[in-house]
Design a protein around this ligand. Structure first.
Ligand code: ADP
Ligand code: MG
Length: 478
């Protein structure tokens, strides 16, 4: 007996063929979420979860969709999409139907239709465009001040800068993919990464560029999980041509975020899209990041930004002064450059405070004024205390090797020292609980939280313990 064809049976037969012809991961991502909803007059209607999804299918899989559908329904088969439009977080999902015949190339062969094929820029692959969604507009989140022309080149950044420039001129097409820029705080990672984005936008305005900080990415992901929009989240990121992810070390200990980023990373890399990452350490030293992610980072190029030498510091100051249209005696510039030595952000900060001082007090900018201000500034800028340094000081204090603290040992004294280190790391650094945990004994954020509570309790209840803490704190701040 011949069964009537249903949308399910037709779609399932299509899927069987598709499954054999696309990579498993793509199949799962792009075909499993599709729901066949109607079969009428040889038109199969499928529901896709988002506009991004629809666009992506159209770009990548229209051929196989057409072939399989025609095999099932004959040459006049048609396909329609039912696109679920995301309205807001509460998603009163309003399906929008877009008619998309299994059409194009082969139909054109039979009866030449006047399709403006010559209009390269505006040509629309599919005549049944949903108004407003085809041109995916993504604000790239770039700050125009962070351009290449504002980035002073020096020995300290030569490799990173030229690799960045090469990438900007040929995004996705160089061996530098991903490009990982690393270096200490305030040395220009964000600036350079943004410069690449700005340059790409200037040269290839149609490319979708997006700058995002790792923390923001994490927040977006958490929100997507909460509102059950993870698919859209992933699809959105998979549409980007040049993805700049700043401060990837912030992913430490955030396993779910790393997992989703891993998926996005693979997809973009496979599609020859450009990835630019920054981190505060070279990949080998990035703790709390999954090995498979780290090994991906090594596929491209890692380039470091070092502390600028004296000449470069002078050049940076001069550039800022010039850009701001101000004047400053050269002995003042030299004084700043020779006293603020290890961080470009602080260099800029000094310049800004000096300007503020002179404006507010209506004093001329003189070497004396600069000296007064900078001496104060240098005294006040606390050395940034690192988690490693905290572990070293705590271990020295209790005369135990640092390795023991980092190990999994659950011996009482070691556990206590570890808790103290966590407590100080929480109070004296800006690191997240997850980062602290992963660096001190490979623990999770809950353990760190618990450690801080325990230490606080002991400080209040145990006099001797309190003395330890005070003494260690003094050593840390020396
Ligand atoms: P990071 O991301 O490494 O912490 P940023 O990129 O935020 O550092 O840089 C800190 C400040 O220093 C920014 O205002 C940036 O414009 C400036 N800066 C850093 N490197 C340079 C450079 N080579 N030329 C000009 N300005 C720089
Ligand atoms: Mg930065």
């Amino acid at each position: 007996m011949l069964m009537d064809k249903t949308q399910e049976s037709v779609w399932n037969n299509c899927l069987k063929i598709i499954k054999d012809n696309v990579p498993t991961i793509s199949y799962r991502t792009w075909f499993e979420p599709i729901i066949p909803i109607k079969l009428e007059n040889n038109v199969l209607t499928i529901q896709v979860p988002s506009p991004f999804f629809y666009e992506y299918l159209e770009e990548q899989y229209i051929d196989i969709l057409r072939k399989t559908l025609r095999k099932e329904l004959g040459s006049d088969a048609k396909l329609e999409y039912n696109v679920v439009m995301e309205n807001n977080a509460f998603s009163n999902a309003k399906p929008v139907t877009v008619k998309i015949p299994a059409n194009n190339k082969s139909d054109l062969k039979n009866k030449p239709v006047s399709v403006p094929l010559n209009l390269k820029e505006n040509s629309i692959k599919n005549p049944f465009i949903i108004p407003g969604i085809k041109k995916l507009h993504v604000d790239p989140q770039l700050n125009p001040d962070y351009s290449f022309s504002n980035f002073v080149e020096g020995e300290c950044n030569r490799l990173a800068r030229s690799a960045g420039f090469a990438v900007a001129n040929n995004p996705g097409g160089t061996a530098f993919n991903p490009l990982l820029l690393y270096g200490g705080s305030g040395l220009g990672k964000t600036h350079l990464a943004q410069a690449i984005g700005i340059e790409v936008k200037e040269k290839f305005s149609e490319k979708i560029v997006l700058y995002v900080n790792a923390n923001k990415f994490t927040t977006q992901f958490v929100e997507a999980v909460r509102t059950e929009n993870v698919n859209d989240f992933v699809h959105f990121y998979q549409m980007i041509d040049v993805l700049i992810l700043d401060d990837v070390h912030e992913f430490a200990g955030k396993e779910k975020t790393q997992e989703i980023f891993f998926q996005i990373f693979n997809h973009l890399h496979q599609s020859k899209k450009q990835l630019i990452l920054t981190s505060d350490k070279p990949p080998v030293e990035l703790q709390g990041l999954e090995q498979r992610l780290l090994s991906r980072f090594k596929w491209g190029l890692s380039a470091d930004l070092q502390i600028p030498d004296y000449e470069t510091r002078i050049a940076i100051l001069n550039k800022k002064i010039y850009n701001d249209g101000i004047e400053m005696p050269s002995d003042v510039i030299e004084y700043i450059a020779s006293h603020i030595t290890n961080n470009v952000r602080e260099l800029e900060g000094a310049l800004i405070s000096l300007l503020a001082q002179s404006t507010l007090n209506k004093k001329e900018i003189t070497l004396d004024l600069a000296k007064q201000m900078i001496d104060k500034l240098v005294k006040n800028t606390k050395r940034e205390i690192s988690i490693d340094y905290i572990q070293k000081v705590v271990c020295d204090y209790f005369s135990m090797p640092v390795d023991l603290l980092k190990s999994k040992t659950r011996k009482r004294e070691i556990v206590q020292a570890r808790q103290i280190a966590m407590f100080f790391a929480k109070n004296l650094t800006k690191s997240s609980l997850a980062t602290i945990g992963s660096q001190i004994g490979g623990k999770d954020h809950a353990t760190v939280l618990h450690a801080c509570k325990t230490v606080n309790n002991l400080i209040e209840t145990d006099k001797r313990f309190r003395v330890y803490i005070d003494e260690i704190e003094k050593k840390l701040k020396m």
